[in-house]
Design a binder for this molecule. Sequence first.
Ligand code: BG6
Length: 495
Amino acid sequence: METVIVIFGGSGDLTTRKLIPALYNNFKKKRLPGSVRIIGISRTPMSDDVFRGKMNEAVRAIAPAEYDAAAWGEFAGSLSYREGDLEQASTYADLARGIGPAAVDCLYYLATAPRFYPIIIARLAEANLMKEAPGGAYRRIIFEKPFGRDLATARALNEDIHRLLNEDQVFRIDHYLGKETVQNLLMLRFGNAIFEPLWNRNQVDHVQITVAETVGVERRAGYYDTAGVLRDMFQNHLLQLLTLVAMEPPAVVDANSLRNEKVKVLTALREIPPEYSHRYTVRGQYAGYVSEEGVNPRSVTETYAALEVYIDNWRWQGIPFYLRSGKKLGEKCSEIIVQFRRPPTQIFDVQAGVTELFTNHLSICIQPDEGLHLRFIAKVPDQGMHTRPADMEFHYRDSFGNDAIPEAYERLLLDALQGDASLFTRGDEIELAWRFIDGVRGGWESGDGAPLETYGQGTWGPAGGDALLAHEGRWWKHDCSPHPAAPGKGGETHR
Ligand code: BG6
């Protein structure tokens, strides 16, 4: 049966930079269904040829060395473009004619501004483009983020969706779940027996999750200034990483079992009431943010946040999880650090005051330099019982080659085509995440919450970020290097 992929927002940035390149790569790897058509729809007038040319330029710019003109030629034959107003019924009637009367599988990708989501699904349904026949052609929809801007709007959108679609037709995307290293977290935890016995409150001192970016608000001020980092990064990416680190092993690896376990973590996530906002949350804005194009000069939108959170269940009770993310920070890096407890007594010589030498941690480097580092103590040769920290390191590029890691969207698009929603967020999961985020925002908006601190561009955020950990004599760690590890690397970078 033929498959038709319809991208609403076909002339947009996401389509050009991510979706078409990901579909092209899947095509080159012969992973797309045998017979496929890809239709872009947007308001911008454009011919099929101009659309193909624009997409071709993007694909060549992203990975010039991997561009294969013959493969592109074949792939481009499946691309077409339709101009249309997303609010008008005629756009959908026209699309229905384009798809034709034969039974075809349809995957709709909503890469538009979120305010169009309810109208697009309603119009698709009116045009009879949403109905699945039992055992027949499928109808699936991928929703780009942001999915709502708080619990109330996310819930309303879920209600709109559920009036027209079953949950198994719905794919709410969080591109972090498509990253190889994020998926490997499950493999690491549940495919190996050695970590799981350590993965709990008895052995773990705390966990740090950092998603740092060097870019600023770029050309997205219109969206970002009304969102802020809490909505843009925490509600989805950071909380997703948290659930994967903290969840229980599912009985089987299928979409529902995995997502049930993630929901349990979010249910156990302790809310931060406004009176604790000062103690457990930090918010910052980079210097110069309000002068960026499109930003309100009086904006109090946060571009950095750090939270200390707790999961009230048997495994994690009392163990802090520190989460931080921000723009215009010193380095682009996403990493998770599981810090283990110290040995109960120190029997070896420790350099004065450097007790940290005697702790172990596991760093999960999500990007760049994807891999794992296990920090342990080694004896310095020929120097009595002097010790030094050393790392056992695994780098994807060493084991699997430089090009081993595909773009997250490649995997996610394939999964949606195959009907596997494991790496997509379920409706209840999104609502629980928003409930938590709304609580933090409530504290900040109460007027009595954590103050908005300014931080310098290129730093690691405001002073409050460090103070959050310093309360308990801890500090942020940063192990994953943006460059290949230098031979003999083993020192600890505090940050
Ligand atoms: C997006 C956010 O979801 O993730 C952006 O909207 C952010 O603000 C981006 O820059 C980061 O993704 P990645 O894959 O570069 O870490």
